[in-house]
Design a binder for this molecule. Structure first.
Ligand code: PAN
Ligand code: ZN
Length: 194
């Protein structure tokens, strides 16, 4: 069904709908899209490139998955997803997402962590950096302009429910070039952020 309202066309995606999400396991019923990133998708992101190559050779494990419903990526809509980052180390560096700025830089995001432990590493293009702890039932707010990446310091999946403006878009290129000022390692059983 499509009908015109004011200055835009309303499609079925503009109809109210519900999604079942298990806030213990993070399972989303009938996601429209599942993004899967494996170790081999993470080349260039970790400090120890040789350790990543060994991990890829040893079976190329899944690093993280993102479960979403398709929503029009236009102003006024909200995108939401479940982000599930598996536990693991590349050398002694904790598994992490690629990280990105939003293409429409002035858009924020909320991450409600429902399981696991880690950090939301946030950075501005001027080099400012903040590591915001993530743990079950803690919500992390990423303000406009802050690049962001999840980092799993634990032994269970780090799972978050994320919501952000639908027009935001993802700018991976600048983060891939700049990197983040800080990384998170586990050394001798202790977290090291440097
Ligand atoms: C999240 C991320 C998700 C995967 O939904 O996209 O955690 O991380 P990368 O996009 O960095 O690979 C989000 O921040 N969306 O805007
Ligand atoms: Zn984002």
């Amino acid at each position: 069904m499509a009908h015109a309202v004011a200055d835009h066309t309303v499609t079925d995606a503009d109809l109210p709908f519900g999604v079942d999400i298990d806030l213990v396991t993070g399972a989303m019923a009938a996601p429209d899209r599942v993004l899967v990133r494996r170790a081999s998708d993470m080349k260039g992101y970790y400090k120890d490139a040789a350790a990543l190559d060994r991990l890829i050779a040893a079976g190329d494990p899944v690093h993280y998955e993102v479960f979403e419903k398709v929503i029009p990526e236009t102003y006024g809509h909200l995108l939401f997803c479940i982000s599930k980052l598996y536990p693991g180390r590349v050398g002694d560096e904790c598994f992490m997402t690629k990280g990105h700025y939003h293409t429409v830089s002035g858009t924020a995001e909320t991450y409600l962590c429902i399981a696991g432990t880690g950090y939301m590493m946030c950075k501005l293009s001027d080099g400012s950096c903040r590591a915001e702890p993530m743990r079950r039932n803690r919500m992390v707010y990423v303000p406009p302009h802050w690049g962001h990446r999840s980092i799993n310091t634990g032994f269970d999946p780090l799972i978050s429910f994320c919501v952000y403006p639908a027009e935001a878009g993802h700018n991976y290129g600048d983060i891939a070039v700049e990197g983040f000022p800080k990384r998170v390692f586990i050394r001798g059983g202790r977290e090291v952020i440097e």
